[in-house]
Structure formats: structure tokens, C-alpha cells
Design a protein around this ligand. Structure first.
Ligand SMILES: [Zn+2]
Ligand SMILES: [Zn+2]
Length: 483
């Protein structure tokens, strides 16, 4: 019986291919897992170690449980709540540092706001910073227009991302829950802390920190780099080491079971060379959290251009003119989906020369991941190693956040449950709403525009799904340029 929920679900399933996932499910699960391991030898760590599978699965909750991805695996009674959460999720996954500050400026030097609430003074300060960089912002991403440049609205500010404040929100919520004497609240706290790991991971993905989030501001464009860097190269490595995706993906539980290609490296990059003797993780003070997160985001700035340069220059599938200059990377035909949102960041003539949104062939990931990239202030490394380093940095910050949440709450660690089982209903029904003000304009607009389309691109019958092995990760997601 068609009811409002069914209609909404259909509408939002339509948007699924437009949304992609930072670090993919592999990378996000790797980050949470390394954070658990980092804490292995601390008293607080036991709480996480005895729930490692639970914490690993929660790493993908903001993408898979709170967005309209994975709809076919969602029980009917949860679909409505999920669709509602999806309306708010998008800007929670990134922060475009260069929209507010010089890329090489620290958060402190730039005087970015670091208070908990995403209103009042925080919005005023962000609005002023944005105003000061508006010419640059529009050059990089002409879609980010501001109606009244002297008074950017909360929504216009939030279009540049709010991840640092989302992280703090979840940290605060977790502490609130840890302080009660109810045992089910400890589980909820762990849900918030696990999901928080997702956004911390997002902050280490350089293409979640930049206006040039998918190379679309480049000429020639480097479209497709976002997905290639955060997901495709990691899976290419995993496949090389472990074998086909179905060999290390638990379809029932939605978690990766083997991380042989990157586990040691990410843990080492997070500060632990030998798993059995990881160093003590020092907690972080509540009022320093947002600044630390902003600094992680900022430190990704110097990766953006070098990664793009290597991506374009090393791409054997790129089309070149007779002088050997890259005209445009060669790509598979893009999705037949409406391309409106995948053209974000391009002005109208740029849109014309880049339609449909291109995407490099997946086999390029095998080549790209092993190419050398020079990041300022770092030794020689491959593209894959640079991704592992970033993931390790977020694992390290995440472990600090977890330990400090436990300490700050004064929780009796003996109350910590073990072997918690992931419960999708609990995770969806306790969705922590961030702020109604930032409800994405993009979503409300598309809702009306797409209402006459059918659901032909949902993941159940996505044509790409079959050539992606068991394809848990991006089945149905064709986008290159969204987060
Ligand atoms: Zn992403
Ligand atoms: Zn994300």
C-alpha cells in the first residue's frame, strides 16, 4: 500500500547514487579498529577491545545506517527513520577548511571558533571568515553562492561542512550516557563513540577538507579522485593481499574480516609499532577537542594538490593532446543518473565540458596506489602510504577521544558490557539530530525535482554491482564528487 513513508523512501533511494562515502567501508572500519588496538593496554581500552566487532561495524553507521544507502538491507519499519536522518547527514561529513582560512594556517592562527554549539558566536565567526574568502570560494566552487554576502545564513555556512561540531556533539552525548547508572546507556554511549569515529576518519580524508573536494576545480579536472583515494585504492590493496572481496567481507554482519593489506601500517602510523605494547594514549581536554579536529582537517590541505597532480600525470587512461598535455582523463561512461549534484563546484561552461561526470576505470587504482607522491615536509611515500598515514592520524585522535570520554564521565569501567551485538534498530532509532537549521537545501530541492522518476538506480539492480564482487561498499553508488 503506497503511503507517505514508501513515497519518501523511493524518493531518497533515488539519491543514493549521488552520495559517496569517505574512506569507504574498508577505510572507516580500519580506522576504528586501529583505535581499539591502540587502547589495548589502557584500563579504558578493555571496554573497546571486548567489543571490537561492534566498534568496527559502527564505523560505517553514519554512511550505512543514517543515510539512504543500503536501503535494501534495511527492515521496512526502519526505513522511514533512516530517510529522515539522511536529510541532515551530508554536511556532517566534511569541513572545507580553505573556505574559511588560508590552507597553511592553523585553526588557532586563523581564529576558527572552537565552542561546542554550532550557533551564536560560532556562526558569526565562521560567517565573517567566509565573507573574507568569498572570492576564492566562488572561484573554487561557483555553486557556493551566498545570497547576502554580509550575512551568510546558517545553511550557507553549513554547506561548507560541520564535521568538527558533529564530533563534539557525539562526544558530549556519549559522556551524558556514560554518567547515568543504566546499563543500556553504556551501549548507547558506545554507539555514539563508534559512530563518532566515522566523522573523525572523514576529517583525515584530504578531499573532505577542501573546496576542491573531487578535483573539479582543476583544469583539466581530476574528477574521480575522491572515490579513488578514499576507497578504490584501499580495496585494490585489500584485494591484492587477501583475494577477492568476498573473501574478507562478512555479508551478514557488514564488516570486513581481514585488513592484512593495511592493518600494520595504519597502526604504526597511529603511533604503535608493536601491537602488544602500544604506547599510553593521552587524553584530551574537552575544550580542546574541536581545535584538534580542525587541525587534523587542516593538515590534509597540503595533500590535495600533490595527490591530484600524480592522479592526472600518472593516469595511462588520460587523453592527451598532440603535445602530450592532458586534455582530460579518460573515463568510463558516467552514470545515467541526473548529474546535477555531481556538478557541484563547476560553473556553467565547466559543467558543459565535463558532462557526464567522468570517473577513471577502477583498474587505475592498482597503478595509482603504488605511485610516489611528494607531500611537503614528508619523506618519499606512495599514494597508498599517504592514505595509511592519514588514517593512522585519525585513529590516534580517535583513541584519545575515546579515552577522554571514559575518564571525563568517571564511569566505573566494570560496568562495560562485552561482545555487544550490532542492532540496527537501536542505531537508527537513536539518531542524534545535529541541527534543523542545516537541513540540506539540496535535498529539499531534489525531493521535488525527482518526484517523477522511478527508483531504477537503487542498489538492488545497480548495473555496476555485479562487477564489484560482492560489492558491499559502493553498490549503487556511482558518484565521484559527493561526500
Ligand atoms: Zn568521501
Ligand atoms: Zn563520512
Amino acid at each position: 500500500m503506497p503511503n507517505l513513508v514508501a513515497v519518501l523512501v523511493t524518493l531518497f533511494v533515488l539519491f543514493v547514487p549521488l552520495k559517496v562515502i569517505a574512506w569507504g567501508s574498508y577505510g572507516h572500519q580500519q580506522i576504528n579498529r586501529s583505535a581499539v588496538k591502540l587502547l589495548k593496554n589502557t584500563p579504558e581500552g578493555a571496554c573497546f577491545t571486548q567489543n571490537i566487532e561492534f566498534m568496527t561495524r559502527l564505523a560505517i553507521t553514519p554512511d550505512y545506517d543514517w543515510k539512504s544507502i543500503n536501503m535494501v538491507n534495511t527492515p521496512a519499519e526502519l526505513k522511514h527513520a533512516k530517510v529522515m536522518a539522511n536529510v541532515y547527514e551530508h554536511p556532517l561529513h566534511y569541513f572545507e577548511y580553505d573556505a574559511f582560512c588560508q590552507p597553511d594556517q592553523t585553526a588557532k592562527a586563523c581564529k576558527l571558533p572552537t565552542g561546542d554549539s554550532f550557533k551564536g558566536k560560532t556562526l558569526t565567526r565562521l560567517g565573517n571568515l567566509l565573507k573574507g574568502r568569498i572570492d576564492y570560494v566562488l572561484k573554487m566552487d561557483p555553486s557556493k553562492k551566498i545570497k547576502d554576502v554580509n550575512h551568510p545564513s546558517p545553511k550557507e555556512i553549513a554547506e561548507h561542512g560541520v564535521a568538527p561540531w558533529r564530533i563534539k556533539q557525539l562526544w558530549n552525548l556519549a559522556i551524558e550516557k556514560l554518567k547515568t547508572k543504566k546499563s543500556e546507556d553504556v551501549e548507547l554511549a558506545l554507539i555514539f563513540l563508534g559512530a563518532m569515529g566515522h566523522y573523525v576518519g572523514d576529517m583525515s580524508q584530504p578531499f573532505h577538507s577542501s573546496l576542491n573536494f573531487d578535483g573539479g576545480s582543476n583544469r583539466p579536472p581530476a574528477t574521480g579522485i575522491h572515490h579513488t583515494y578514499e576507497e578504490c585504492i584501499l580495496e585494490a590493496e585489500a584485494k591484492k593481499v587477501v583475494g577477492r572481496k568476498k573473501d574478507n567481507w562478512d555479508k551478514q554482519k557488514w564488516i570486513w574480516t581481514k585488513f592484512d593489506g593495511t592493518d600494520k601500517e595504519v597502526l604504526a602510523d597511529s603511533g604503535c609499532l608493536v601491537e602488544s605494547s602500544c604506547p599510553v594514549v593521552k587524553p584530551i581536554k574537552s575544550k580542546e577537542i574541536i581545535e584538534e579536529v580542525l587541525n587534523l582537517d587542516q593538515s590534509g590541505q597540503k595533500y590535495v594538490q600533490p595527490l591530484i597532480d600524480v592522479f592526472l600525470n600518472g593516469n595511462p587512461y588520460a587523453k592527451r593532446d598532440k603535445n602530450g598535455n592532458i586534455v582530460t582523463p579518460d573515463h568510463k561512461p558516467a552514470s545515467t543518473m541526473p548529474t546535477e549534484s555531481t556538478n557541484e563546484g563547476l560553473n556553467s561552461d565547466q559543467v558543459a565540458d565535463s558532462k557526464p561526470t567522468p570517473k577513471p576505470p577502477d583498474k587505475y587504482c592498482d597503478i595509482y596506489k603504488d605511485m610516489n607522491v611528494n607531500i611537503a615536509g614528508q619523506g618519499p611515500q606512495t599514494v597508498l602510504q599517504s592514505a595509511e598515514l592519514r588514517m593512522g592520524q585519525s585513529s590516534s585522535l580517535l583513541a584519545q577521544l575515546w579515552v577522554s570520554a571514559m575518564k571525563e564521565s568517571g564511569m566505573d569501567l566494570r560496568r562495560c558490557p562485552s561482545n555487544l551485538k550490532f542492532d540496527m534498530a537501536k542505531v537508527i532509532n537513536n539518531y542524534p539530530l545535529f541541527s534543523k537549521d542545516i537541513r540540506s537545501a539540496e535535498h529539499s530541492k531534489k525531493q521535488s525535482e525527482n518526484s517523477d522518476q522511478d527508483g531504477q538506480n537503487n542498489e538492488a539492480n545497480d548495473p555496476n554491482a555485479e562487477n564489484r564482487d560482492s560489492a558491499p561498499v559502493t553498490s549503487g553508488i556511482n558518484s565521484n564528487s559527493t561526500r
